[in-house]
Design a protein around this ligand. Structure first.
Ligand code: SF4
Length: 516
């Protein structure tokens, strides 16, 4: 492939909310990119037109909804500088997330009593089981007549990825209410949305959790008080490597299933569960193939798209929607073709990097910037490396163990709270497997477990000759550490320690504090 990547991408930023113009990528890639941009707008418009009155009411009722409408700009940030296979895979991944979110938004607004009550709205609401967004939905595979919705997914998780200012009013609200300001902004924002009464009102019951950390325990209490629904506290053991705790974990899974049965009157359908998990196992195989390709000298999907997509398939979907396995098949074909053609993932790949610890939501495209500015190819992200053991498809007893196994190792929880073998030893193993010479080490200043290990990370990276670049951030609050300051950490390391010149000098420093 002829490479026509520019070295002046920084000129697209003008200090305003939106970029100056779209990137020119040559005729074929620009047309492909523009086609997906139009498709995103078409899908968002169709979503609004499906229920214009309820949607308009929601726009005035929920502050976060305006941020959700910046989806096209969010996707643009993640495709910057991309060409060929990498561009195609990123668009396919993001489009699947757009489709999934639209489904959730439509169901939510139809069932939301805040937007108007009716027998139809009530009937739908009674079919909904709300889940803490940090919980996976696999357990719902045995309830095909019910709908599991990760409650805070759109108001908190997604909007904070799309618009860096989205969480700020909620953080301020809950801190004025008395919450200490050193709490992680994820549970803080969740609690803030609750006290601002900005969650839709729906659902038959709520499954709260202690996942991934103590912040969720705090946040669930605030939300539970506001929701006024029967709730179940799912609290799997944190020290999950100990085989002794498996029995307790399985009992918790059983109790959760029983709770949903009692609240909804539905019976757990094991045949439906096994059928869905067969699909989920196939999705896991496709994920492992992506990792295998990225371990070679010709990685085909670098940046944040792989990790964000993995969160959707692993956690929010869990094999329930058959769309994903078909998409995986398509992505796999495109990826293998790019690999066979030895396509490059950026203009000048110089370093093979791993991203470790929790990434900043307000700068989810940080890996894309690293690639365009300094030629740092991010091959895999800690958030992707969750459980991969196949679900047992015959025995109910074994399947219960598998559910517990997956829930214990869900996003963030496995690594941030999983103890030495998962926080540290696993990082070095992953570096060796992916032949990485660099780690982008996020230092989320409010994530206490990770913060206690800085010295060990430093010492062990030095022993192995791996470049460890610490990048501080505050997850959902860009006022503490801005995007520009995050870039500054990599810039300083690359200039003073590595003594390298940037691939794109216009990206070294630019203004984007007001951008979405
Ligand atoms: S980033 Fe850290 S503190 Fe925040 S929710 Fe995740 S594990 Fe907890």
């Amino acid at each position: 492939m002829k490479d026509n990547r520019p070295n002046n991408l920084g000129h697209l930023f003008n200090g305003k909310m939106a970029m100056k113009r779209r990137e020119w990528r040559g005729f074929k890639d620009t047309a492909y990119d523009f086609g997906y941009w139009l498709l995103t707008w078409a899908q968002l418009s169709a979503m609004v037109m499906k229920m214009p009155i309820r949607f308009t009411k929601a726009l005035f009722r929920y502050r976060w909804l305006a941020s959700y409408l910046s989806t096209p700009a969010f996707i643009d940030r993640h495709t910057l500088g991309q060409r060929g296979t990498q561009l195609r895979i990123t668009h396919m991944h993001f489009d699947s997330m757009v489709k999934a979110t639209i489904k959730i938004v439509l169901t939510t607004f139809k069932a939301d009593a805040n937007l108007g009550e009716s027998p139809k709205q009530k009937a739908l609401s009674d079919k909904i089981v709300l889940f803490d967004e940090m919980m996976m939905l696999q357990i719902m595979a045995g309830f095909p007549n019910l709908i599991g919705i990760p409650y805070q997914l759109v108001p908190v998780f997604e909007c904070s990825l799309m618009d860096q200012q989205s969480s700020i009013p909620y953080i301020d609200a809950i801190e004025s209410y008395g919450l200490p300001s050193d709490t992680c902004p994820l549970p803080t924002t969740e609690a803030g949305v609750a006290i601002e009464d900005d969650y839709p009102r729906m659902g038959k019951c709520f499954i709260g959790s202690t996942m991934p950390c103590d912040g969720s325990v705090m946040s669930t209490q605030y939300q539970d008080r506001r929701l006024k629904l029967p709730s179940f506290a799912f609290s799997l053991p944190v020290r999950y490597d100990d085989p002794e705790v498996e029995k307790a974990a399985v009992e918790d899974v059983r109790a959760c299933i029983r709770f949903i049965e009692e609240q909804t009157g539905e019976k757990y359908d094991w045949d439906a569960f096994f059928k869905t998990m067969k699909r989920f196992n196939r999705e896991t195989e496709y994920e492992i193939e992506k990792w295998e390709v990225n371990k070679t000298p010709y990685p085909q999907m670098t940046g944040a798209s792989m990790a964000l997509y993995r969160m959707y398939t692993y956690q929010m979907n869990g094999g329930i929607d058959p769309y994903y396995v078909k998409l995986d098949e398509k992505v796999n074909k495109v990826m293998m073709r790019g690999y066979a053609n030895k396509e490059k993932c950026c203009a000048e790949p110089r370093h093979r990097a791993i991203v470790w610890s929790c990434p900043a939501h307000y700068y989810s495209n940080f890996a894309t910037w690293c690639e365009n500015c300094w030629g740092i190819n991010v091959l895999v992200d800690m958030e992707s490396l969750n459980a991969v053991r196949p679900f047992n498809l015959e025995s109910q007893e074994e399947a219960l163990k598998d559910i517990a196994h997956y829930y214990e190792r869900m996003t963030m929880r496995k690594h941030t709270n999983g103890g030495h073998p998962h926080v540290l030893e696993e990082l070095w193993r992953v570096c060796a497997e992916f032949n990485a010479d660099m780690v982008i080490m996020y230092q989320h200043i409010a994530c206490k477990t990770m913060a206690g290990l800085n010295g060990l990370f430093e010492e062990q990276a030095r022993e192995r000759g791996i470049h460890l670049i610490w990048v501080e951030h505050d997850l959902m609050d860009p006022r503490t550490v801005s995007r520009r300051e995050m870039r500054g950490k990599v810039n300083r390391y690359m200039q003073t320690i590595m003594r390298e010149e940037p691939v794109d000098p216009t990206l070294v420093d630019f203004e984007d504090e007001k951008a979405w």
